[in-house]
Structures are given as C-alpha cells and as structure tokens.
Design a binder for this molecule. Structure first.
Ligand code: HEM
Length: 248
C-alpha cells in the first residue's frame, strides 16, 4: 500500500501524461504522414468533406491532448521532490542539475510545440475548416484558405521535427546515466546558447520569417515528410551529442 500513499498522485499524473502525450503526438504524426499526403491526392469535394467530418474531429483530440499533456507534465514537475524536499518546479538547483537541464530542454521544445498548436495550427485550421464547410454548402471559396493551410503545415512539420529531440529528454531524464559531476556554470551557458540558437532558428523558419512560405530554400525540411523526419532525427542526434559532450 505504501506505493499508493507515497506515489499515488504522481503516478496518476505520469500515466495521464504519457497517455495524453501519445494522443497529441500520435495525431501529429497521423496529420503529417497520413492525412497531408492523402488529401493531396483527393478530389476537392471529397477533401472538403474529409476536412469537415474527419480533420475537424482529429484536431479536437489533438489540441486538447496538447493541453492535457502540458498540464500533467507541469503537475509531475510540481509533485516530484528534490533531495532537500522542495518541489522540482520551484528549485533552481534542480534546473542546474543534469536531470533538470534535460527536462528543461524537453519542456522548452514541448511548450514551443504547444504554442504552435494553439497559436498557428489551430488558428489557421479554423479558416481552412470554415472554408471547406462554406464551399460544401455552395458558398464562395475563401482566398485566404490556401495561405492559412500552408502556415499550419509549416508549423505542423516543425512540430514533428521538435517532437523527436523532445522525446529524447522526456524519456532520458529518468534514464540517462548520471555518473558524472554536475556541469559548471560556463558549460551550462555554452549548452543553453547552442540549444537556444538552434531552437529559435527552427521556430523562425517555421513561422516563415527566414524562408518565407514557399517550398525550397530553408523550407526544404518541410517539403516532404521524409525530409522532415530526416531533419528531426538529425536534430535529435545533435542534441544528444551536445548534451553528452558539453555537459556530461
Ligand atoms: C510542456 C510540456 C511538458 C512538460 C512540462 C513535461 C514534463 C515532464 C516531466 C516532469 C517528466 C518526468 C521526467 C522525469 O523522469 O523526472 C516527463 C516525462 C515524460 N514525458 Fe513529458 N512533459 C511535457 C510534454 C511532453 C510531451 C509532448 C510528450 C509526448 C509524448 C511527453 C512525454 C513524456 C514521456 C514519455 C515521459 C517519460 C515518463 C517516464 O519515464 O516515466 N511529455 N515529462
């Protein structure tokens, strides 16, 4: 029974976190690897019907899965204790430790993905869905719908790229071998500098600030889901190497 008394809520938070994370990221992969290529091959009328009936439902689970993932993730951080008994969420010492830096990196990527879901993908998909429903009802096509769809696609592809290194840190935090001393302040500074530069360049590119909205150029990483996957796995490999070489 001790396990339930000591660990009950935290276990529940962790379990709910993984289930909601699967829901969110599973649907992200469905959109990228299944829906986008399928929609590209469909007749306009069939596509509008699928946007109305299928994509709108998938997007509901997707965006609320993202909310549940963030809430339960913050709950785990709030409930887990450091050696001196304080909550990890309020402990600067924790965020200077190797596990703390690992989870902070994962959370940075996940929070960026969350902002992309609600601020870019959902905001633009509302325009796409409204257009599909309007055209089905015999109305005029909205000229803004194509650009809205493109903006959502870039953010969605970027979230797929972010998801691969993000999961390295989510899962790695409890499983990396921490048999080295904690990193010094200057090593932490170098680590965060490299991580933040790469992260902001990716995000600015996804927003169209660097490469615009058109295919090619720096947007080549979003042009096919194969390119997106190669970029994501290369990014995941890079972050593990930087973490290991600079910090551990
Ligand atoms: C802002 C968003 C998020 C926060 C605050 C957060 C927070 C956390 C925390 C604190 C842990 C426990 C780390 C440890 O072992 O000490 C964790 C683990 C984990 N997270 Fe997240 N997370 C977020 C997003 C995500 C997303 C999007 C996924 C996608 C699937 C995810 C999947 C996982 C998994 C699989 C674990 C490992 C559970 C385990 O080893 O027991 N997280 N997360």
């Amino acid at each position: 029974m001790e396990i339930f008394k000591e660990y009950g809520i935290e276990f529940f938070a962790r379990y709910a976190h993984v289930i909601s994370g699967i829901t969110w990221i599973g649907l992200l992969y469905y959109f990228n690897f299944v829906q986008v290529p399928a929609f590209a091959e469909m007749e306009a009328a069939a596509r509008n019907n699928a946007i109305d009936k299928l994509a709108s439902r998938a997007l509901w689970w997707f965006r609320w899965g993202a909310v549940a993932t963030v809430v339960t993730g913050l709950l785990i951080l709030g409930l887990q204790r450091t050696a001196d008994g304080s909550s990890q969420l309020s402990s600067m010492d924790y965020f200077k430790s190797l596990p703390g830096i690992s989870i902070a990196t994962g959370v940075l990527l996940a929070l960026t993905m969350f902002v992309n879901v609600w601020g870019i993908i959902w905001r633009n998909q509302k325009i796409v869905i409204a257009n599909a429903r309007n055209v089905q009802a015999g109305g005029e096509a909205d000229p803004a719908a194509a650009e809205a769809g493109r903006r959502a696609l870039l953010a969605s592809r970027q979230n797929t790229i972010f998801s691969l290194p993000m999961l390295v840190f989510m899962v790695g935090t409890s499983h990396f071998p921490y048999d080295v001393p904690n990193a010094t302040g200057s090593h932490r500074a170098i680590y965060w500098l490299i991580m933040l530069v790469v992260w902001i360049l990716f995000e600015l590119n996804a927003l169209g600030v660097i490469g615009g909205l058109k295919p090619g150029g720096t947007n080549i990483i979003y042009d096919t889901h194969k390119n997106t996957l190669i970029t994501g796995f290369a990014y995941a490999a890079l972050v593990i190497i930087i973490y290991a070489v600079v910090l551990a």
